[in-house]
Ligand binder design. Structure first.
Ligand code: ARG
Length: 459
C-alpha cells in the first residue's frame, strides 16, 4: 500500500530493502521529546497567527502530550513503515485526535522540523557537557589544592626533565578542560538559532511568526536564511569537534593514569571503585576505565570525520545524506558524557602517593638545570658552558651510580675548580620547584595563584 503521508502520487509501497535503508526511526526516536516540543510551539504559533483554529491547536496540544506520555511510558508502538520520529508522532496524533492532526504540518516541512529537533537535542548535550566538564575541573582542582607543593618529576619525551609539583600537573589539565568548557559555551551560543519556519527550503506563504516559535523553544533568534536553516549541520560538527578535542584531553590524562598506576611508577593508587581485577592473576588491579576513556577518542574522532565527509559535497539544501548525522552525534555524545563522568570519578577517588612522587622527583638528575643555572648565576659562566659542565657532572654521577646531590665537592671541583659548597643548596627538588616563581611556573605559590584564579572564574 502507498504511503499515508505522500500516497497521492504513489501506486505502490516501498520495497523492503528501500524501507530498511530509508528508515531512521531505529535511532531518531531519541528526538521524540524535541519533536513534540517543536510541534507544540509550531501549533501554538499557527493558532496565534490565525492559520489554524484555537480548537484545533488545543486538540493538537493535548494529543501531543498524550503521545509524549505514551513514548515516555514505553507503550508507544514505533513503526519502521513510518520511517522516522516525525511521521511516527504525527501518525499517532492522527489516531488520537483525528482530523486536526492533519493541520499541524501547515507551513512546515520535515526539513525544518528535523533541523529544529536535532538542534534542540544537541543544545541539551552542550549543556550536559558543560556540567560534566565543570565537575571534572572541580575534581582536578581538589587534587591540585591538596598537593600544591608535592614534588614529582616533570617529563619531556617521558624522560625525567625537571621537578614539578603535583598541583601544577593537575592544573595543566584544568587549563585544557577549561578551554573545552569555553569552546562548549562558544559553540552553544552560536548554534542557538531556530530553523523552524524555514519550511522545505524557501520559507512559506503562510503568515507565520518565526520569532514566536524561536522564543518558545529557547532560541535566541530564527535562522536568518531558510536555505541555510535546513541544510546547516555546523552545530553538530562543532559539537563533534569540541568533543574530539576534549576526548583527546581525556585520553592524555587517561594515559598518564595508566602509566602512573603501574607497579613501575606507583605515582597514584586508583580506587577499587574505578578498577578491575584479573580472572587469573590475583595480584592485578587494572585501570580499565582509564584505558576505555583513552580509547573513546577513536569513536568520537571517527564521528567527527564521518559527518564532515557526509556534509562536504552536498549541494544546497537538504539531501537524505543528512539523515546520517544523528547516529554519529548520538554515539559521540553518549561516550563523551560517559568518559567525562568516569574520569571525574577516577580523579576524585585517586590517591597520589606523595612519597613515591618525591622519590621519583629526585632521581634521573632532575635538578641538572638548576645546577647549570647556578653556574650561570654564581660563577657567571655563559649558559652553554654551564650546560657542558653540568653534563660532565651528570656523566660522573652516572658512572658512580649516584644522583647529583650525592657527589662530593671534590668530585665537582675536579670538573670545574670554582664550584663551591653553596651549590648543594640548589640540587634539592624542593628548592628547585620553589625557585620556579615565574608567572605560570611550578612553584607552589604560583600553583595556588592558579587555583585562586580558577576559583574566581568558576564563582
Ligand atoms: N528522517 C529525516 C532525517 O533524519 C527527516 C527529514 C526528512 N526530509 C525529507 N525531505 N525526506 O533527516
Amino acid at each position: 500500500t502507498a504511503n499515508q503521508m505522500w500516497g497521492g502520487r504513489f501506486a505502490a509501497g516501498p520495497d523492503a530493502i528501500m524501507e530498511a535503508i530509508n528508515a531512521s526511526i531505529g535511532f531518531d526516536k531519541r528526538l521524540a521529546a524535541q519533536d513534540i516540543a517543536g510541534s507544540r510551539a509550531h501549533a501554538a504559533m499557527l493558532a496565534a497567527q490565525g492559520i489554524i483554529s484555537d480548537s484545533d491547536a488545543e486538540a493538537i496540544r493535548e494529543g501531543l502530550l498524550t503521545v509524549l506520555s505514551e513514548i515516555e511510558g514505553g507503550s508507544f508502538q514505533f513503526s519502521t513503515a513510518l520511517e522516522d520520529i516525525h511521521m511516527n508522532v504525527e501518525a499517532r496524533l492522527k489516531e488520537i485526535i483525528g482530523a486536526p492532526a492533519g493541520r499541524l504540518h501547515t507551513a512546515r516541512s520535515r526539513n525544518d522540523q528535523v533541523a529544529t529537533d536535532f538542534r534542540l537535542w544537541v543544545r541539551d548535550q552542550f549543556d550536559a557537557a558543560e556540567g560534566g566538564l565543570l565537575a571534572l575541573i572541580r575534581a582536578l582542582m581538589s587534587q591540585a589544592e591538596a598537593g600544591a607543593d608535592w614534588v614529582m618529576p616533570g617529563f619531556t619525551h617521558l624522560q625525567t626533565a625537571q621537578p614539578v609539583t603535583w598541583g601544577h600537573h593537575m592544573m595543566a589539565y584544568v587549563e585544557m578542560f577549561g578551554r573545552d568548557l569555553s569552546r562548549v559555551r562558544d559553540a552553544r551560543a552560536r548554534m542557538n538559532e531556530s530553523p523552524l519556519g524555514a519550511a522545505a527550503l524557501a520559507g512559506t506563504s503562510f503568515p507565520i511568526d518565526r520569532h514566536m516559535t524561536a522564543k518558545a523553544l529557547g532560541f535566541d533568534a530564527p535562522c536568518a536564511n531558510s536555505l541555510d536553516a535546513v541544510s546547516d549541520r555546523d552545530f553538530a560538527l562543532e559539537f563533534l569537534s569540541v568533543a574530539s578535542i576534549s576526548a583527546m584531553h581525556l585520553s592524555r590524562l587517561a594515559e598518564e593514569l595508566v602509566i602512573w598506576s603501574s607497579a613501575q611508577f606507583r605515582f597514584v593508587a586508583l580506587s577499587d571503585r574505578f578498577s578491575t581485577g584479573s580472572s587469573i592473576m590475583p595480584q592485578k588491579k587494572n585501570p580499565d576505565a582509564a584505558e576505555l576513556i583513552r580509547a573513546k577518542v577513536g569513536r568520537i574522532f571517527g564521528a567527527n570525520t564521518a559527518l564532515m565527509m557526509v556534509m562536504k559535497g552536498l549541494a544546497l539544501t537538504y539531501s537524505k545524506d543528512m539523515q546520517e548525522d544523528k547516529e554519529q552525534v548520538f554515539d559521540a555524545a553518549d561516550n563523551w558524557m560517559l568518559a567525562l563522568a568516569a574520569m571525574t570519578g577516577m580523579v576524585t577517588d585517586m590517591t597520589a602517593r606523595r612519597d613515591n612522587l618525591a622519590a621519583a622527583a629526585g632521581s634521573g638528575f632532575s635538578t641538572a638545570t638548576d645546577l647549570a643555572d647556578w653556574l650561570v648565576r654564581v660563577l657567571n659562566l655563559p649558559f652553554r658552558d654551564a650546560h657542558h659542565v653540568t653534563g660532565s657532572l651528570v656523566a660522573v654521577a652516572e658512572k658512580k651510580g649516584c644522583d647529583l646531590p650525592d657527589l662530593s665537592l671534590a668530585e665537582m671541583q675536579a670538573v670545574h675548580a670554582d664550584i663551591t659548597e653553596d651549590v648543594f643548596a640548589v640540587l634539592g627538588v624542593e628548592n628547585s620547584v620553589n625557585s620556579r616563581m615565574s608567572y605560570g611556573g611550578t612553584a607552589p605559590a604560583q600553583v595556588r595563584a592558579q587555583i585562586d584564579r580558577w576559583k574566581a572564574r568558576l564563582g
